[in-house]
Write a protein that binds this ligand. Sequence first.
Ligand SMILES: NC(=O)c1ccc[n+]([C@@H]2O[C@H](COP(=O)([O-])OP(=O)(O)OC[C@H]3O[C@@H](n4cnc5c(N)ncnc54)[C@H](OP(=O)(O)O)[C@@H]3O)[C@@H](O)[C@H]2O)c1
Length: 350
Amino acid sequence: MSNKTPVGILGATGIVGQRFIQMLEQHPWFEVGWLAASERSEGRHYAEAARWRMKTALPERVARMVVSPATPDGAPRVIFAALDAAAAHELEPRFAEAGCAVISNSSALRMKPDVPLVIPEVNGEHIKLIDQQAWRKKSGGYVVTNPNCSAIGLVLALAPLHREFGLESVMAVTMQAVSGAGYPGVASLDILGNVIPYIRNEEEKMEEETRKLLGQLNGSKVIPGAFAMSAQCNRVAVEDGHTESISIRLKRKAKPQEIIAAWNSYRAEPQELKLPSAPDRPIVYLEAADRPQPRFDVDMGAGMTTAVGRLRPCGVLDWKFTVLSHNTIRGAAGAAVLNAELLKAKGYLG
Ligand SMILES: NC(=O)c1ccc[n+]([C@@H]2O[C@H](COP(=O)([O-])OP(=O)(O)OC[C@H]3O[C@@H](n4cnc5c(N)ncnc54)[C@H](OP(=O)(O)O)[C@@H]3O)[C@@H](O)[C@H]2O)c1
């Protein structure tokens, strides 16, 4: 019998749910034992309920599993959640109240003051907020979240610079992949040969989440990072990988080689603890003048590394550069799996 921790996936049939199944198939600590989605999928074999969009084969064992109703009865204690925000608002608290550790991708509870919003390489200590949650006090259950898929690559690139030089202001313009909109997502007739300069709530999420992630934990709350931030978000006809053009002003002057060294040398707790999904290098600076590009660089570090390139002076702020991050791996399922590994390493998974 396996001695791995049994885990469940809420929203298992969607794009992020499928990524969870793919990433957890060979996981050394966790094993998928329960799948749930909406009433549309409930009671059906997974292979029939989900339109499998991953490039690896659907694992046989998972294909035969029956999709459960999205209720805590019979669910394991560790739940990866990949629900639409509206469903997450209602269901995530219900699972936490029933005693489950809910490791969520959704925006529903990310900005709640007692819910940690975590990137293990950036603000792992924020998981202590769990102990403030009423669910934790009552049943032992809790909710931990990972950021929006466009905030995560940006914050990984900003964290070493904020630490060494201090951030004063940040301007971000994104070019976001279609897989970021889930499945079936944006209609092909809307996106082919096109750029859509609007993603609902995305700019607000990027701005507030970036400040919370780079904020300071002060007892029972997070004091948001005190820098100015402006985001503009666009959907482009790329399959996977969010590319972002960033300009920043720093509090302390920095030389380009110091900035590049800060990125390339960046290591944090997940690397020290050798967490199974932690990339050896969270951030890699690419020297080529025309990189990073999603087609070539999105899978660096098995999709968990943030690629940065094109550092050059900015005529308005101090510096500008390009960031690329895999939106359904580092920006979703991989982020949650790394959060779960950190929680396990810190004794929060029992
Ligand atoms: N795609 C990305 O790059 C990305 C990145 C970061 C975060 N996220 C977030 O992750 C979440 C999932 O995104 P996605 O791209 O995987 O979306 P998706 O492909 O549309 O999948 C949504 C999932 O939620 C389930 N669901 C919907 N309503 C439900 C209900 N009332 N009860 C139970 N299950 C319900 C769906 O089940 P059925 O199939 O049965 O309808 C499906 O499994 C969203 O909150 C999204 O914002 C996505």
